[in-house]
Design a protein around this ligand. Structure first.
Ligand SMILES: Cc1ncc(COP(=O)(O)O)c(C=O)c1O
Length: 431
């Protein structure tokens, strides 16, 4: 038999806990199919509509027929042929950003990607020139940012979390220390609205200050915003809408507000990039060069479906998601009430939780290390799943915190799931 490959001879990222995280969590949920899952951060499936796909495609086709003056060959080519690297629905995305987020951008600064995850990868790939380049990110942080940074060999310097998201004094100290030791912080990754995993939301003052810090220290802000539209419209504006200098790369996803299976996301990257002879292009053009060597272009068929959904809702995904938004809010209320009634009264504060104002997640602190082995025990004995927080630190150090996701559950599943979780926590607390 031919000798196998040594894992140690392959890319470092394959040995990191992050690459095991998703496998481990998926594998546990496969082995316990009847368990109620507070682990999966998935959109609610109750409003999925397969027939809607045909409808959206037809709407987009008619839109193109108007644009191309009835030239059917041009319409078919746009949807069925290899396509423009930066995408075909950039104009509709720009309109959506104007309507829903008060963000005004040139459609040419948008790159439509295979999910937000590709947008994150492209951006980090472009920013990582050499060993000096580092990324800043609040810890705990979305597993995908750890994964993308590892793929491009870009270390993450952790920044402390605060009640509203990120500790900006710590951000300044981390940046100053990094620069003093010869490193070059290129960007700070942040999910300002209903962060994954912690559900926190950054205040307006913090958003403005973060922009000032980024400008002063010359790094970009990577604003990842898959959940913002699901919150209260009177909440703070996106950082991108406050940005007049291309300081923010805005990372968008249609997974939570469009159709997850379409795998469409985008980056808005309007920062100017100077060439060696003084000419300028946008950062979006650089991301497109990388994309052309990675996924070539995002499926135009998938883009057409998302484009049709935008057209049918006058470009507003807030309008398209009124039922989903109500479901997520009501699930959040039910979770907070349910935790209160099960753990609230004893005054011992051995079990505590945060109270996000929206999104898919909250954090539950328990009086024991909530680690992978215990998740297994919990799944087996109590048929309920949650995510150990260490997965969001990209390490294996157990912490006393679980991420609970409630987005995809029905009310009776939330009640039953919380009962099972309470049984497990009681059992562990007595050990
Ligand atoms: C903060 C955050 N960013 C990005 C993504 C991924 O988005 P997409 O499915 O569009 O790649 C997720 C998905 O869970 C997320 O929580």
């Amino acid at each position: 038999m031919a000798a196998g490959l040594e894992l140690a001879s392959l890319h470092d990222s394959l040995e990191s806990p992050v690459s095991e995280s998703m496998n481990f969590l998926n594998e546990v949920s496969h082995r316990y199919p009847d368990a109620i899952s507070f682990a999966a951060g998935r959109p609610f499936e109750g409003f999925f509509d397969l027939d809607g796909i045909h409808h959206y495609l037809e709407t987009y086709r008619r839109h193109l027929m108007d644009r191309y003056g009835g030239d059917e060959a041009a319409v078919s080519r746009t949807i069925l042929q290899y396509g423009r690297t930066k995408g075909i629905i950039h104009d509709l995305i720009a309109a959506h950003l104007r309507v829903d987020e008060n963000i005004t951008v040139d459609p040419e600064s948008i790159v439509v990607t295979v999910g937000c995850q590709e947008a994150l990868y492209l951006t980090l790939r472009a920013l990582r020139r050499n060993d000096r380049d580092v990324l800043l990110s609040v810890m705990p942080s979305y597993v995908g940012v750890h994964g993308a940074a590892q793929l491009v060999d870009m270390p993450i310097l952790p920044v402390r979390e605060s009640g509203d998201g990120i500790d900006l004094d710590d951000l300044v100290s981390v940046v100053e220390r990094a620069k003093a030791s010869g490193l070059r912080p290129r960007a700070c990754y942040v999910v300002p609205d209903f962060a994954n995993p912690s559900g926190t939301r950054l205040s307006l003052e913090s958003r403005k200050r973060m922009l000032r810090i980024a400008a002063e220290h010359d790094f970009l802000i990577l604003e990842d915003n898959p959940y913002g539209l699901l919150g209260d419209p009177s909440g703070p504006p996106t950082i991108k809408s406050l940005d007049g200098a291309g300081q923010v790369v805005y990372l968008g996803s249609f997974a939570k507000t469009g159709i997850p299976g379409a795998r469409v996301g985008y980056a808005v990257a309007d920062r100017l990039v100077r060439g060696p002879h003084g000419g300028t292009e946008s950062l979006a053009d650089q991301l497109a060069k990388i994309k052309s060597m990675l996924t070539v272009n995002t499926s135009p068929i998938a883009q057409a479906v998302i484009g049709g959904k935008l057209l049918e809702n006058d470009h507003s995904l807030r309008a398209a998601n009124t039922l989903e938004i109500e479901t997520y809010r009501s699930n959040l209320r039910q979770m907070l009430d349910g935790l209160g009634s099960r753990f609230g009264g004893d005054g011992s504060a051995r079990v505590s939780w945060n109270t996000p104002a929206g999104g898919f997640f909250l954090l539950l602190t328990v009086p024991f290390a909530a680690e992978d082995d215990l998740l297994e025990v919990c799944a087996q004995r109590h048929q309920v799943l949650w995510t150990p927080l260490h997965h969001f630190y990209a390490d294996s150090t157990p912490r006393n915190v679980m991420r609970l996701s409630f987005s995809h559950l029905l009310p009776h599943e939330i009640e039953e799931g919380l009962d099972r979780l309470a049984g497990f926590i009681r059992e562990q607390s007595q050990d």
